[in-house]
Design a protein around this ligand. Structure first.
Ligand SMILES: [Ca+2]
Length: 186
């Protein structure tokens, strides 16, 4: 009888020990999840703040933003690539609307040029322009105008590449953050 009771007591003690361990594990997991949630919230807030500052937006999990200063086409492209992005490729109506919304009332650079071969307009990813939305007299300027802009009207035109304008960058993934928050220029 006493032996049975002792065994039973040991079993109960074991059970309590196991439950305590399990509870501690769950508590730890909860802390980890809470930390992760807080970090994600912080990243989200940083992202929104940055989007506002950069006249940017998110479309289909990609990040689009305007350069802060007006620069030549090459310098505008460099502004993008220094941040792991490139000048925008506008190959559908949605992206055109996106740029119009971001740029407001100014013409902006996009990732289209015929610098390498006059009259053959290619995007920054190397693909050839198939159907553009040029203004009626564009592209003109021949070898003098080798870079493309988008006007607030939603139409494209060729421009001298040394003109200074704001550019629109496209980044595949969300920007990187320092552990303490803030944008990391990559
Ligand atoms: Ca040209």
């Amino acid at each position: 009888m006493i032996t049975n009771l002792t065994e039973e007591r040991d079993q109960v003690v074991n059970m309590i020990t196991n439950l305590t361990e399990e509870r501690d594990q769950l508590l730890n997991k909860d802390i980890t999840l809470t930390n992760e949630r807080d970090q994600l919230n912080q990243e989200r807030n940083e992202l929104w703040k940055m989007l506002n500052e950069m006249d940017g937006c998110i479309y289909q999990s990609s990040f689009y933003y305007m350069s802060s200063e007006e620069k030549s086409w090459s310098e505008s492209r460099r502004y993008c690539t220094e941040r792991g992005a490139d000048l925008i490729i506008i190959n559908n109506k949605e992206k055109k609307e996106l740029v119009k919304k971001m740029s407001g009332s100014t013409a902006v650079w996009m990732g289209l040029t015929d610098r390498d071969e006059e009259g053959r307009w290619t995007w920054v990813d190397g693909s050839t322009l198939t159907s553009g939305f040029w203004m009626s007299t564009e592209p003109n300027g021949y070898k003098k105008e080798n870079c493309a802009v988008l006007y607030p009207s939603g139409l494209m035109a060729s421009r001298v590449c040394q003109s200074v304008l704001r550019g629109v960058s496209h980044q595949q993934q969300k920007p990187h953050f320092h552990s303490g928050g803030g944008y990391r220029h990559t």
